[in-house]
Design a protein around this ligand. Structure first.
Ligand code: CA2
Length: 146
């Protein structure tokens, strides 16, 4: 699709990627991963802006502001997936499609990770494919928006 603009959001602790738990989250750092995803997007004529925050309200603001410019959002909300009614309300309040993504298969982990506050207001969910979850989320948005 020509000229799409997507926002990649990463939530709490994802700035720590590559520093521990490589068996779950891989050994790549977040800047390395974001660069790779940006390159994948650019090859498809998609502009990718990215934002990471450990602060729930900042993620809410980023979602609100995306309504002014973004065609779609891909988002790894980290642990806020399981708790954040504020992020759910922010997603509900915009017309921009949002894909929730997770590096790990949250359904194969602790029961508290099986519940998402966000999935019900997202276009869809991709989980368990490691770093590929990010690329698959880009692909899903391109197909949805085409
Ligand atoms: O699998 C995912 O992508 C998660 O969104 C990651 C979150 C977790 O709370 C979700 O249940 C599933 C945790 C992100 C923490 O990432 C780190 C990676 C390396 C070192 C420290 C934290």
């Amino acid at each position: 699709m020509i000229g799409l603009k997507l926002l990649l959001l990463n939530g709490p602790n994802l700035n720590m990627l590559g520093t521990r738990e490589p068996e779950i989250y891989g050994s790549e750092t977040l800047p390395e991963l974001v660069n790779a995803v940006r390159g994948y997007a650019a090859d498809r004529d998609v502009e990718l802006r990215d934002y990471q925050s450990n602060i729930e309200g900042e993620l809410v603001t980023a979602i609100q502001e995306a309504r002014l410019w973004a065609d779609g959002i891909l988002m790894n909300p980290g642990a806020y997936t399981h708790t954040s009614i504020a992020m759910r309300d922010a997603i509900s309040g915009i017309d921009v499609p949002v894909v929730e993504l997770h590096i790990s298969n949250v359904h194969a982990r602790e029961p508290f990770r099986h519940k998402s506050m966000l999935s019900g207001v997202c276009l869809g969910v991709i989980a368990g494919f490691g770093r590929d979850s990010y690329f698959l989320a880009i692909e899903a948005l391109i197909r949805h928006l085409s």
